[in-house]
Ligand binder design. Structure first.
Ligand SMILES: *Cc1c(COP(=O)(O)O)cnc(C)c1O
Length: 223
């Protein structure tokens, strides 16, 4: 494993995408499931600023060791009964996928008076195994979320299906971008569409071309 050369390659890919769109800023979220805290610390020393975990238990364990040096992203499915453990720690929840979950975040975040940034997870490919809302469910949910005080919607997230040829997922990334553009035209008070979290190790280049400004990369860094 050479975290340094891996990060250099990924950062070069990000730079080349940013240079084509000057107003664009891209956040690399280093996904650290199965990665030890020593390896994460090495990545942090090499400039990684954002860490993504898909399980609450793992996030808490690593947060204990690495804590406030970085921003923490919860990227996997979140159960309501786990919300209380992370509301004071996460900078962004990528996986908001129901109104019930939003209400629990609202309640727990209200207790500590901390606004929680969230992305709505969209199952844009319609695969049955995937979490997330069907595209047509997104706007009706946002109408309700717009009225909450501590849940702050800042964009959308999707996971593309795994495919051999990353070109095959371009249509899904484009679909998520189009959905966010439609939402931008709606008269929301609190809902913002600042972020598109899409693209992982095998498809982040295509995602960047289609407008991703948060990419979630694990194995391409830590292997
Ligand atoms: C594991 C995971 C990633 C990163 O996957 P890699 O293929 O290792 O880059 C991104 N997003 C989510 C939600 C994940 O669970």
């Amino acid at each position: 494993m050479n975290i340094k050369t891996n990060l250099e390659r990924i950062n070069a890919d990000i730079q080349s995408s940013v240079s084509k769109a000057l107003d664009k800023n891209v956040t690399l979220v280093a996904v650290t499931k199965t990665v030890s805290s020593d390896e994460i610390q090495e990545a942090i020393n090499l400039g990684v600023t954002d860490i993504g975990e898909n399980r609450v238990q793992e996030l808490l364990k690593k947060y204990d060791i690495l804590g406030g040096q970085v921003k923490w992203h919860l990227i996997g499915h979140l159960q309501k009964n786990k919300v209380k453990y992370i509301v004071d720690k996460v900078d962004l929840i990528h996986s908001l996928d129901s109104y019930e979950l939003a209400l629990e975040i609202e309640k727990r975040a209200g207790k500590i008076e901390r606004e929680i940034n969230c992305l709505v997870e969209v199952n844009i490919s319609g695969e049955e195994s995937k979490y997330g809302l069907a595209p047509k469910e997104v706007k009706p949910l946002l109408e309700k979320l717009d009225k909450l005080s501590y849940v702050k919607i800042v964009g959308l997230m999707t996971m593309a299906p795994y495919v051999e040829d990353s070109e095959d997922v371009r249509k899904y990334f484009r679909g998520l971008k189009e959905l966010s553009e439609e939402i931008k035209l709606m008269p929301f008070q609190k809902v913002h569409m600042d972020y598109l979290s899409m693209g992982m190790s095998n498809d982040y280049k295509v995602a960047l071309e289609e407008g991703a400004n948060i990419i979630r990369v694990g194995s391409a860094i830590f292997s």
